[in-house]
Design a protein around this ligand. Sequence first.
Ligand code: 5GP
Length: 174
Amino acid sequence: MQQERLKVLLDEEILAQRVKAMGLEIREVYGDVPITVIAVLKGSFMFMADLVRAIGGDVKVEFLGVSSYHGGTRSTGAVKITQDLRHPIEGQHCLVVEDIVDTGLTMDYLRRLLEVRGPKSLRVATLLDKPINREIEVAVEFVGFSIPDEFVVGYGLDLGELYRNLPYIAVYTP
Ligand code: 5GP
């Protein structure tokens, strides 16, 4: 790990506070209904684990494996499903949990992919948002933090599969 290339952007305490608040906000919006949380792998695994604990109530957990980066630091726009959902989502209230929305291409693709499966509702929660890079307008109902146009790692986000285990989010400078 090249520690000197990392600069902390969001520390553990700030992440914990915000994720807790997002969970409460999400549960308030849904009310008492069961929620099917769909974690977009791999980047959202840590966020999702903390978020579902903060949401509380009846929650089902599903995983959708997506690869959009192929190890570099720039988006290619090409989305590959590496692992599909194990169960149908028809008639269920679904919440897609993503690590970061950048150009919006991945989320636009995922929303369309999931909408055709007939969920009762479909919303998106992302920990991070880089609105400045948006190439396509896509609905994101819950945003943790809006961040500037910098490449970040940690708390699930990787660079070439490394750095996911950092407990904080850091800007990576090549
Ligand atoms: P989009 O399709 O919105 O451009 O990109 C979404 C995906 O690109 C995210 O799920 C994430 O995997 C990756 N991505 C975008 N920005 C960053 C970043 O700053 N750091 C990391 N590690 N991945 C990013």
